[in-house]
Design a protein around this ligand. Structure first.
Ligand code: G3I
Length: 368
């Protein structure tokens, strides 16, 4: 007999849950356990909460898989839908691992979010030999074949990822084979191809480094807003902006009013918003776990309380669920070698201050 999502989670988590319940949060407005899940707390406000992770983690770690199915309503393949895995040889598509993620999500009552169709990273080596003569056909073929396979089945699709330039690079779009070989229209072509292939899909433009109050992020907010205005005025079928939200602790200038203003301008264009890759790297000097957790919680509090005020935010995705599996361990390890704590659960699957911050932000968010 197939277990329901909750039965599956409860069966596996049984003993661990008792332990988790006993651990009070730093600011315990909402205590982990007692039936409260991020999925339900977000859902009560009309927000879909989920996480990114891999088949490798879900298929080999039952306790982790149970936690994902308990806490999440949305699943994002962290690697399996990237170009080099889906089209490892030109026009030869391999969907096995991505399909496994789709089936896992379906079995446990979650939706799957597609990540990512057009990105200048995670490309297969054969892409090095594409030319201006075939680049557009190669890109549109990839979008069509992949979207046909999942037509009508996914929560949303990241169609283009990280296309906006950085301040010191010159130009408005980031260096990429698509920009070089197709030209700046590649973004528009990608979205139009995606909409033709799956007319009902929610098509997302996903971007990083938009969050902070410094000249670099301000340049990126201004440039992105200008591009979004141009795209929407030409009826490019973009349905939502994904804010990656890779945050950091430490002395990072943050302006709630500048970020809110930016989000308001984006949602005024008719776009939905998705917090698409949330996590927290530690750049502060705190060393005890409780001080570190306080810094992480403060970072998430100020960010989420600002962002979730905007009713266009429909989903929040953390880039991982547990510190057991996170890119932050490689990208921003702690100099003192202590395990990182960027996500709602630590390496032992005990809830962290990030869980509390998310729960509290959902609790305080206006209902959509
Ligand atoms: O495929 C090999 C595998 O065979 C091997 O066993 C393993 C050992 O380390 O490495 C595997 O590849 C790695 C892959 O993750 C799967 O774990 C790649 O080297 C590594 O570069 C890749 O990193 C991912 C990265 O995107 C590039 O695709 C990260 O896990 C993933 O978190 C990161 O996610 C990106 C988003 O897609 C876009 N926004 C930024 C975000 C963080 O960089």
């Amino acid at each position: 007999m197939e277990l329901s999502r909750r039965q599956f989670a409860q069966a596996i988590l049984g003993a661990a849950a008792g332990l988790a319940c006993a651990r009070k949060s730093v600011f315990p407005q909402i205590v982990h356990g007692a039936g409260a899940t991020l999925r339900d707390l977000a859902g009560q406000k009309g927000i879909t909460y989920g996480c990114a992770t891999t088949k490798q983690a879900l298929s080999t770690d039952q306790e982790f898989a149970a936690l994902v199915s308990e806490q999440c309503a949305l699943l994002v393949p962290e690697t399996e839908m990237k170009w080099k895995y889906l089209e490892p040889q030109q026009n030869h598509f391999v969907f096995d691992n991505a399909d496994w993620m789709f089936d896992f999500a379906k079995r446990h009552g979650m939706q799957l979010r597609g990540h990512v169709l057009v990105w200048q990273e995670a490309l297969p080596s054969w892409m090095n030999s594409i030319t201006a003569a075939n680049a557009k056909a190669v890109m549109t073929n990839h979008i069509r074949k992949v979207m046909e396979h999942y037509r009508g089945k996914l929560h949303s699709w990241d169609v283009v990822n990280e296309a906006i330039a950085f301040r010191n690079q010159g130009g408005e779009l980031r260096e990429s084979p698509f920009l070089r070989l197709i030209g700046p229209d590649y973004v528009e072509i990608a979205f139009r191809t995606a909409a033709e292939t799956d007319p009902n899909a929610l098509l997302v433009y996903n971007e990083n480094h938009l969050e902070y109050d410094n000249a670099d992020d301000q340049f990126r907010r201004d440039t992105l807003l200008k591009q979004l205005k141009q795209w929407t005025s030409r009826k490019v079928p973009i349905g939502a902006l994904g804010l990656q939200s890779h945050l950091r602790t430490g002395n990072v200038p943050f302006s709630a009013s500048k970020l809110s203003d930016f989000l308001q301008r984006v949602s005024d264009l008719g776009l939905k918003l998705i917090v698409s890759e949330l996590d927290v790297a530690e750049r502060g000097s705190e060393s005890s776990v409780s001080d570190r957790d306080r810094a992480i919680e403060k970072t998430l509090d100020q960010y989420l309380n600002t962002v979730l005020k905007n009713n266009a935010v429909i989903a929040v995705v953390t880039w991982g669920l547990s510190a057991r599996y996170t890119w932050i361990s490689n990208y921003a390890p702690r100099p003192d070698g202590q395990p990182v704590r960027p996500l709602p659960y630590d390496r032992d699957l005990h809830p962290t201050s990030a869980w509390t911050a998310l729960a509290s932000a959902f609790e305080h968010a206006p209902k959509r």
